[in-house]
Write a new protein. Structure first.
Length: 750
């Protein structure tokens, strides 16, 4: 239970000191009357004895001032965020309303407080951040991105204050949330100092023995470690100075949490972790930044200095090329820039060297806020720009699947891998060889059996590591499997695997079709596609795939089907001709068989907009609309109207950019016009394939074949058929007939 409190002398002294420090930082951004009004609200709040200590016995007003100091000094936020943090205890205990804050301090402060209040309500329902609550937490970020920054600062402060608490269970829950949620968020935003503190304190509270074991080891080896760092730095400093570079160098011991993670990952003791520290070379800027010209020139100068220092270090000490991390050419998504290289130093010890400029170092320490802090932006001018950048880093699409994908990306770093040709691709850490294969192409993913990574054969479930050169291995006998959904990590690969599994089901239907054809041959009955189409229709199937699926699962008896086929065939007039069976590879176009009809005129009627008829229009070539298609009109620059299909590839862009030029259109009446359509046909190059295709078209007197273009390669054919049809109904019937031709795998309208 919480209890009402009075301020202790120590709390009063600390609050006054914090107030003075915060005021000095934000006074330039405060508006007239802000200071007096905040003092009045907090004074009334305390005097009316409405202050309640939390579960740890901590004073919320003191906590607010401590958090406000972090928000200002570590992140760089100003007036609005500081006022929101200081007033939050009053809001939480009902002493002050958000609407009153809005009237007195403005919308921005009220919006931040509203976001903080929503988070507080979430914790009251369930202090442990479970999956569903985590989604709700993310949704609150969109209200104002400063909410998440304040939350991180608040958790860092709370972790500092609960060191000696006797509330063990509450301390454990707070520490787990710090490690599970707040540290990864701080990392995502580049707040590395806060991230490291959260991780170290979480380890200290959750795994006390491991923390102090490493701490004691670090203390015991500090003297020798410092001496080694000095031996490493001295010759490097001399060479850098001789090269005319201005710099300062410091040795930084890795965090206790980082060392503990390495011990667990490498399954070794403290002595087995070779890279306990890193050497950081920070290059000073040449002259005043504001007088050096535009940002591009400044950045070019910075990059040149960093690579010059890199060349000097690697000429002195043997580098490990596998440990090179170039985050200057390709910065991290949170803005982090630096060169990292591991070199073999004195006494044959591996040492990590980080090379960066002062600007890069401040961004690394202070996160995204440093982007505008470093440019000397005063007050909160420019704040919206970098808050928008934060939003773009954390924003997700609609839907729970997208939220799950974001959750995965939130906790994982990125890996960069190369193709054999040197192309660079980025994946979330944990992505596998199979993710890489599907990223290249669906066909490569479907046929993937593994890969050669750095010339070593690995299975398709092998995780990718930064710097890997990946060459995918495939097999024509490979097929996608259901368990692949558990192997791939990216949402893109998962969707492609699901699509491939659906296509496999279609292939099973094709196998059933081949089984039926063999039965026909065994009974010495010639199988005609047109008769088979009638049979399928009489059996009540709307889709041919459903017909063959029922054959595959045994629902339909093949012998009974053949008997019904024979009955229908007896009623059909046999079609004869001098067509010679031919393959697509042997096909030669006979121009005399093609129509030369002019399709520019149409006596079908289009009703445009509010019942207007007789308006000049043209049918768009990009989608070739025909009678029966759902269409719309687009007013061109010249004033004419072009008719597009609703599903035209260009339709989304036209609606998005020129919605005001879209007019309604629909077909009315029915004349004798014919329209040109192009069908894409893909399949196996069997004997007679071209004849079978053209025969289906020639049998229908209302269909006219205008052109045919077929290409054959390695036993497969693909081609375009341009045909004159009356309307969509006749087109759909034709497509269904063509799909029944033996060897045809796909027929689609272009």
């Amino acid at each position: 239970m919480t209890e009402r409190i009075d301020f202790t002398p120590q709390e009063k002294e600390e609050t006054l000191a914090l107030y003075s420090q915060i005021r000095q930082e934000v006074v330039s951004s405060l508006k007239e009357g802000d200071e007096d009004k905040v003092r009045q609200y907090l004074g009334d709040y305390v005097e009316q004895n409405q202050t309640h200590r939390d579960v740890f016995g901590l004073n919320p007003v003191v906590l607010a001032f401590q958090t406000a100091q972090l928000v200002v000094q570590e992140i760089g936020l100003k007036r609005d965020a500081v006022l929101a943090v200081l007033l939050h205890p009053c809001i939480e205990d009902g002493h002050l309303s958000i609407e009153e804050v809005r009237k007195v301090f403005g919308d921005s402060v009220a919006r931040i407080l509203h976001g903080l209040q929503r988070i507080q309500e979430l914790y009251k329902k369930n202090p442990v951040v479970e999956t569903e609550n985590f989604r709700n937490l993310l949704l609150s970020f969109a209200e104002d991105m400063r909410v998440i920054l304040i939350m991180i600062a608040d958790r860092v402060n709370l972790m500092r204050q609960i060191r000696d608490t006797e509330q063990v269970e509450a301390k454990r829950e707070v520490s787990e949330e710090a490690a599970y949620l707040y540290a990864p968020l701080a990392h995502k935003l580049g707040l590395y100092k806060m991230k490291s503190e959260l991780e170290d304190l979480s380890l200290k509270y959750l795994e006390h023995d491991a923390y102090y074991h490493i701490k004691e080891k670090l203390s015991a080896t500090k003297k020798s470690r410092d001496a080694y760092i000095e031996r490493f730095i001295q010759p490097v400093s001399e060479r850098l100075t001789a090269a005319g570079l201005k710099f300062h160098i410091k040795g930084r011991t890795k965090s206790i949490h980082s060392i503990w993670q390495k011990m667990k990952k490498q399954k070794c003791d403290f002595e087995g972790v070779y890279d306990l520290f890193a050497i950081r070379i920070i290059l000073e800027e040449r002259g005043e930044r504001k007088e050096e010209g535009n940002e591009r020139e400044i950045h070019r100068e910075e990059v040149m200095q960093c690579w010059q220092a890199f060349a000097i270090v690697t000429s002195m000490y043997q580098p490990n090329p596998k440990r090179l991390r170039d985050w200057i050419s390709v910065p991290k998504s949170n803005g982090y820039e630096s060169l990292h290289i591991t070199v073999l130093g004195p006494e044959q010890k591996w040492v990590e060297v980080q090379i960066r400029t002062e600007r890069m170092d401040e961004i690394a320490e202070r996160g995204v806020a440093a982007h505008w802090r470093y440019k000397g932006v005063k007050g909160e001018v420019g704040l919206d720009e970098w808050l928008t950048n934060i939003r773009s880093m954390l924003e997700t699409s609609d839907g729970l699947e997208a939220m799950d994908q974001f959750k995965m990306d939130l906790y994982e770093d990125e890996v960069f891998v190369f193709t054999p040709k040197g192309d660079l691709y980025k994946f979330p850490k944990g992505a596998t060889v199979l993710d890489f294969a599907y990223h290249i192409h669906s066909k490569i993913g479907n046929a993937c059996t593994g890969a050669r990574i750095n010339n070593k054969v690995v299975p398709l479930r092998q995780p990718l590591q930064s710097g890997d050169q990946v060459e995918i291995m495939t097999s024509s006998n490979q097929k996608p499997r259901q368990e692949w959904l558990n192997i791939v990590k990216t949402s893109r690969a998962k969707s492609k695997v699901r699509l491939a599994l659906k296509e496999t089901q279609v292939k099973e239907g094709l196998f059933a079709k081949e089984t039926l054809e063999r039965k026909f041959k065994n009974r010495k009955i010639e199988m005609e596609e047109s008769v088979m189409q009638q049979l399928i229709k009489k059996l009540g199937f709307k889709e041919v795939s459903d017909f063959y699926r029922q054959i595959a699962d045994g629902t339909l008896d093949i012998n009974q089907l053949i008997d019904k086929y024979v009955e229908i065939q007896h009623d059909e007039q046999p079609i004869t001709g001098n067509n010679v069976a031919q393959t697509a590879a042997d096909f030669v176009l006979d121009d005399s068989k093609l129509s030369t009809l002019n399709t520019s005129l149409s006596d079908d009627v289009l009703v445009i907009d509010q019942g207007m008829k007789g308006v000049d229009y043209q049918l768009a070539r990009c989608c070739q609309p025909i009678y029966g298609d759902k269409v719309f009109g687009f007013v061109t620059v010249s004033g004419g109207i072009k008719i597009h299909r609703v599903d035209c590839p260009n339709a989304p862009e036209l609606r998005k950019r020129f919605g005001y030029r879209i007019v309604k259109a629909r077909w009315s009446g029915k004349g004798s016009s014919q329209y040109s359509i192009t069908l894409r046909v893909i399949g196996t190059d069997d004997i007679g394939i071209v004849s079978n295709l053209t025969n289906i078209i020639s049998r229908d007197e209302k269909l006219v074949l205008r052109s045919i273009n077929i290409d054959s390669h390695d036993g497969l054919f693909s081609g375009n058929l341009t045909i004159m049809v009356d309307d969509t109904s006749r087109m759909e019937t034709l497509i269904k007939k063509l799909r029944t031709v033996k060897g045809v795998k796909q027929v689609s309208r272009i």
